[in-house]
Design a protein around this ligand. Structure first.
Ligand code: CA
Ligand code: CA
Length: 444
């Protein structure tokens, strides 16, 4: 999206100086009015998050692997090849070009199951009419159905997670690159770029029955498509996150509860900071994005003052909830398009000590869905919501929420003003711009 970059805002990051390609291009871009398109690095893999583009551009900025030397540019077509390219133990800048769709669980659930694991035996033993609602399930021995489930789950966990090192750019090649069943762990590192990839949500092969989650129990599952855990300077751009061929509507029901096999599409947790998520599609999913994953005092101590995230020009379509659900962080959400479908619950979750600014967004809601449900109050936490349009009409989201749901009043004033916005589009134009430009396969 070359035309979106403001020439005036371009300047070299300290880290980009190490990348002669990126830095030279930016300097040239700033010197001539028509130079910008010509001089941005032609290789998409070497583009850096422009200065001023959201929280990811704060302090040292986000360059990923833009400065990689030839020895650290990999093209991968298999899960094993991808993990090998990640795992040389160095933090030298690296670029990983992903070709085609890579399936992290190509062997199927059977390939992860521990010897002796039998799902029918699991269902018989822990059915509420046999087991009741005891938490003793967690203390079951290793040779019990629950013990064998735990071992199987650990095997899947090891197989489908990939840890992304610092100073890495992951980029899809062409229009049809991405992952199925994979969980990217961007954990405890700085400076990661992820672009032009489609993520089909992992299916947890071994969800755990929790008899005490809700009054009637619940199935809980693991594996977000991507997790930013305690990391800084992350740019997620032009990706598509979807349940794909395995929507929740295709999942069975056991013990009267949906056998939930999905976790989140993207979680940003545990003191993560300085993240820009731009031009992504988040679609066909239930619990979509967490910014902060707990209210506990221990989590608060890690998250408070962090979790600064910008979401702009993303398409959030056919989701149930959490787009995102926010705790603690200063989240700037502007120029996004939200399209609600069947089963829509809410878009923004207003959680503990969150400081959400939601401005210049467009919402497309079906008839019968009140605009008040765009916001969901979990905790008392003022937010700023201005210049948002619902079905083409300027709408005060807080006032409408408070009128429709008077028992859960929200208050106005996030207490900070975002500045890292290179360009703000008029919200009436956002559906056209975002629907056309967001997601994997759109970068040129
Ligand atoms: Ca979960
Ligand atoms: Ca999660």
């Amino acid at each position: 999206m070359i035309e979106n970059r403001s020439v005036n805002s371009l300047k070299c990051h300290a880290r980009a100086i190490a990348s002669l390609v990126g830095c030279t291009a930016l300097v040239l871009a700033a010197t001539g009015t028509t130079a910008e398109a010509r001089t941005r690095p032609h290789d998409l893999a070497r583009q850096v998050l422009p200065a001023g583009d959201g929280w990811g551009s704060a302090t040292t900025g986000t360059t990923g692997g833009a400065a990689a030397d030839a020895a650290h540019v990999h093209t991968v077509t298999t899960w094993a090849g991808f993990r090998a390219a990640l795992a040389d133990g160095s933090t030298a800048p690296r670029i990983i070009r992903v070709k085609g769709t890579i399936d992290a669980g190509a062997g199927g659930c059977e390939s992860f199951a521990a010897p002796g694991y039998d799902f029918d035996a699991y269902l018989r033993k822990y059915a509420p009419e046999n087991w009741g609602y005891s938490t003793d399930l967690n203390a079951e021995p290793d040779d019990s159905p629950e013990g064998l489930r735990r071992v199987s789950a650990a095997r899947q966990d090891t197989a489908v997670k990939a840890e992304i090192p610092a100073n890495t750019t992951l980029i899809g090649v062409g229009r049809n690159a991405g992952f199925k069943g994979a969980s990217l762990q961007i954990k405890g590192v700085d400076n990661v770029v992820v672009r032009n990839l489609t993520f089909e949500s992992p299916l947890d092969c071994f969800p755990q029955w929790d008899p005490t989650d809700t009054a009637v129990g619940n199935w809980n599952s693991e594996y977000d498509s991507a997790v930013v855990h305690g990391s800084t300077h992350v740019w997620l751009d032009h990706n598509t996150f979807t349940d794909g061929d395995h929507p929740d509507s295709s999942l069975p029901t056991y013990f009267g509860r949906i056998y939930e096999q999905h976790d989140g599409e993207l979680d940003i947790v545990r003191g993560a900071d300085y993240v820009t998520a731009s031009w992504n599609v988040f679609t066909d999913h239930d619990k979509t994005i967490l910014v902060g994953n707990s209210d506990s005092a221990e989590t608060a101590a890690v998250d408070r003052g962090h979790l600064k995230v910008t979401f702009h020009h993303n398409l959030f379509s056919n989701l149930v909830e959490r787009a995102p659900r926010v705790r603690f962080g200063q989240v700037d959400s502007y120029n996004n398009h939200f399209v609600a479908g069947e089963g829509f619950s809410y878009s923004y979750g207003i959680g503990m000590e969150s400081q959400l600014v939601a401005e210049h967004n467009a919402f497309t809601l079906p008839s019968g869905t009140g605009a008040g449900t765009v916001l969901k109050k979990w905790k008392e936490a003022p937010l700023t919501a201005a210049d948002n349009y619902v079905n083409g009409v300027a709408t005060d989201l807080i006032a409408v929420h408070n009128a429709e749901i008077p028992a859960e009043p929200l208050s106005s004033g996030a207490g900070w003003t975002p500045t890292l916005r290179p360009r703000v589009d008029r919200p009436r134009t956002v559906p056209g711009i975002v629907d056309h430009g967001a997601g994997a396969g759109k970068l040129r």
